[in-house]
Design a protein around this ligand. Sequence first.
Ligand SMILES: Cc1cc2nc3c(=O)[nH]c(=O)nc-3n(C[C@H](O)[C@H](O)[C@H](O)COP(=O)(O)OP(=O)(O)OC[C@H]3O[C@@H](n4cnc5c(N)ncnc54)[C@H](O)[C@@H]3O)c2cc1C
Length: 441
Amino acid sequence: MTWSFETDPEWQEQLDWVSEFVINEIEPLEFFIRSPRDRHDPLVRELVFPLREQVKARGLWACHLGPELGGPGFGQVKLALLNEVLGTSPLAPSIFGANAPDSGNSEILAQFGTADQKERFLVPLLEGELNSAFAMTEPHSGADPKTLRTSAELDGDEWVITGEKWFASNARNADFFIMWAVTDPDQTPYQRSSMLIVPSDTPGVEFVRHVGLANEPPGDGNQGYLRFDGARVPADNLLGDRGQAFVLAQTRLGGGRVHIAMRTVGLVARALDMMCERAVSRETQGEVLARKQMVQEMIADSWLELEQFRLLVLRTAWRIDRLQDYKAVRADIAAVKAMAPTVLRNVASRALQIHGSLGVTNEMPFMDMLLHSFVIGIGDGPTEVHKVTLARQIAGRYRPAEGLFPSRHIPARRAAAAARYREVLDRHGIDAARPISANVG
Ligand SMILES: Cc1cc2nc3c(=O)[nH]c(=O)nc-3n(C[C@H](O)[C@H](O)[C@H](O)COP(=O)(O)OP(=O)(O)OC[C@H]3O[C@@H](n4cnc5c(N)ncnc54)[C@H](O)[C@@H]3O)c2cc1C
């Protein structure tokens, strides 16, 4: 038997260190620091940079990368357990060198970058000396990249970029963008786009505005709305092959999506902890909330959803390690990415409800958790698209029934059974046309 639900003692030791580190060193900074990668912020230099050094000394920096890509390469199961802890603090991923969009960008730079691109962009990105953004989505289109329009035309030995990008997370702190541009408009929809590396100080690149999420002040958000007005970059800033934007995006997003799910497990567990603490603390009508049956149902449902989700995430991680091929685990990744928003929304909503009036205030994190549940149901592809992928993959494993009726149609199976056992049934005087029960699967 090889099934196991245990964590290596050495890894558990690391996880225990990370848990303490997140609670004691990182969480207090959440009240003062919004962009932990903003190296121009003196507070970040003084308070965040030393923490990053501790993480590096512990061998836990950029754990999402394998050794061939410059990371420690612990594999996805260990990463899942680590990400559960990092998911409880919005600052933690960045302090562990594993924050989006840098993490995904480092993956495609490592896999598709030239030696020169790796030296100029990947090495300083991994060291935390440069920041990056990923600019794919446009104001008119996101979920269907075939319809993206921003173009890059080769003029001599330079790409000339024209168009707009929207929701480029972290663009305001980025030293360079990895961007999606239509380079070959006459090719098929899946082959007409390429990825380019664009330094953020390139003339012709401007911010239309910094879009904020619903809990951020207007104009002060982290989602870059960018305009490229004839911005020029050298021809060799092409990342990967020309026309291969879809291939690079799949590589980038496959890992990113499963990491979102891993971190969501941690956040859901945090919501459940808060729900239960309140349920055993708050009294109404002479007893604690935890004794009310409807509250018990909320706790039970939340635990069930969390544990199912966590097991699916861990199994997905295990399959990635086993198969070493993101294409082979497309269905699993789509499943956990589709499941994450719903589980978080359900559990955070119940935790909020159990906290009563306090639950809807800005003194508790539930509204932020709910907003986050919507964010993870939209970013990196909407839930609907992942469900479509999942359904296609599952349905694709089946063949049409040969005849008019399904292969498990009871009359045909009954006739076959009667034919097979006719002699025995006859001997015992049993009428084969009248079996005792036929409604089993
Ligand atoms: C917080 C956040 C960070 C982001 N960061 C980045 C980033 O760094 N870089 C970047 O390039 N983009 C980023 N995005 C953009 C994200 O990738 C897009 O929002 C996403 O792909 C959806 O595109 P859209 O917003 O244009 O929605 P649309 O494409 O307009 O879709 C709108 C809605 O239509 C429905 N829908 C869409 N397609 C289908 C379908 N096939 N079947 C059924 N229903 C469907 C879904 O409900 C979807 O939410 C970010 C988004 C968020 C919210």
